[in-house]
Design a protein around this ligand. Structure first.
Ligand SMILES: *Cc1c(COP(=O)(O)O)cnc(C)c1O
Length: 433
């Protein structure tokens, strides 16, 4: 696969180069130069394929001969070793549960896939790399878990002090070994800016092999298309209606995964891009103007993003045409009051517990379906386990939540984090030291 930069100045690279560089020199984002269409034979078998089987077909189409097929198949089996069930909530509405991985959030898909790809390439070259990642909560924990103890890889995670949940912080800060957490006195956007600066800094470039693990890495993005194919295949077992996906979004990596599936030939009827009060993309869909703002804090904190980093990719997938984007994507945004009311209503009606992010997905999908004359089957992406946000969820439902065992163990472990100002120079000094 060849990949280009969305800024179109940097040279094209192959998959391996894109995975290790993370970000092209021109500060754009890597995207496949062409998106392969999958054959009809793949789509006609979709309902019978497992998630790893789908992952293999999709990856093979992108990665080609850069990884031998038998090896690729093994790596994907290992990365996708947990289910993504499609739960029929009622009538024409389904939840795609992406939270059954080791850190109970959908970012496990991207992190596990990327770590296996990197591990494969590093093992051949006997190299060492440093992964630098900014997180608003779930990315960091998935990366820490995905890369823990992978030889040749050191991981540094920047997270905003006081702006991640207790459980998220435990997941970020209790690993030890090759994982270090930096507790930044600032917002997620500050963390992201510091990481971006590090990648563009020539001293750091000379001194160390820096690599990224954010949703800007193409190896995070590709596996986020797998489950759209899978969910479509599952829904097709029970209905012929057009299928709509609703994706709770922050940096828009997850939605871009769906758009890639669409461009590979998945006949999705429409996408709903659902945000919290950080409604940058829904505003863009309305006005045609993309206007990043400082992020505001919400109950769906993994989506508190004021400058969605995957927006250039989203645009690139529609040839930069606003009219084109609007044809396929509907926007919706919901505030904290709606999040709480939705968690309560869905619990009361269906005894189904949503996390705050998934609640936004559910509500946006429901409202979309109610507003359309045409009948559709809707799938919202349930992006995190409710227990990761137990305080918010329990306050909304007035019911105690059962804590999954891996969280119960985690909360007892000792936090180790290095406090730091939201200042790139301080980060640089630390990295060089
Ligand atoms: C990261 C995250 C999101 C947002 O995903 P993006 O790819 O950044 O749009 C939504 N929900 C949860 C639980 C997350 O961790």
């Amino acid at each position: 696969m060849k990949l280009y930069s969305t800024k179109k100045e940097a040279a094209e690279v192959n998959f391996q180069e894109a995975v290790f560089k993370g970000l092209p020199e021109d500060n754009g984002l890597y995207m496949p130069s062409s998106i392969p269409k999958l054959p009809d034979s793949f789509f006609s078998r979709l309902s019978d394929l497992s998630l790893p089987e789908i992952g293999f077909e999709v990856s093979r189409a992108f990665i080609g001969d850069e990884i031998p097929e038998a090896e690729l198949e093994k790596l994907i089996q290992d990365a996708m070793n947990f289910p993504a069930p499609v739960v029929h909530l009622y009538d024409r509405l389904y939840a795609l549960e992406l939270f059954q991985g080791p850190t109970l959030a959908f970012k496990d898909f991207g992190a596990r896939f990327m770590s296996r790809m990197m591990g494969h390439f590093l093992q051949k070259e006997n190299r060492e790399i440093n992964i630098l990642v900014a997180t608003s909560g779930d990315t960091g924990s998935a990366v820490a878990q995905g890369f823990f103890n992978v030889p040749g890889i050191r991981v540094t995670i920047l997270y905003p002090k006081g702006k991640v949940s207790f459980v998220q912080e435990q997941q970020l800060t209790t690993n030890g070994g090759n994982i270090t957490a930096l507790e930044i006195d600032g917002t997620f956007d500050d963390c992201q800016r510091m990481v971006k600066s590090a990648f563009l800094d020539s001293d750091l470039k000379k001194a160390m092999n820096l690599s990224s693990a954010n949703s800007i890495n193409i190896a995070r993005l590709i596996p986020q298309s797998f489950y759209y194919f899978y969910a479509y295949g599952q829904v097709r077992k029970s209905t012929d209606l057009p299928v709509v996906f609703c994706t709770p979004s922050g940096n828009f990596g997850n939605l871009c995964g769906g758009l890639i599936a669409f461009r590979m030939g998945l006949p999705v009827h429409r996408f709903v891009a659902a945000t919290n009060a950080n409604a940058i993309v829904p505003e863009y869909l309305k006005t045609g103007k993309f206007e990043p703002k400082p992020s505001v804090q919400t109950l769906a904190n993994a989506m508190d993003v004021g400058n969605p980093s995957n927006f250039p990719r989203l645009l690139g997938l529609f040839d930069g045409e606003h009219a084109n984007v609007v044809e396929w994507i509907e926007g919706a945004d919901h505030n904290d009051e709606t999040i709480k009311a939705t968690i309560k209503a869905v619990y009361d009606q269906y005894q189904y517990t949503l996390c705050p992010h998934s609640a936004i997905g559910y509500q946006a999908l429901k409202e979309y379906q109610e507003a359309q004359d045409e009948k559709t089957a809707g799938v919202f992406l349930a992006t995190a386990h409710p227990a990761k946000f137990a305080d918010t969820v329990e306050q909304a439902t007035h019911q105690p939540l059962e804590m999954p065992e891996r969280l119960a163990i985690l909360v007892q472990r000792e936090k180790k984090a290095i406090p730091m100002k939201a200042d790139f120079e301080e980060l640089k000094e630390w990295l060089l030291g």
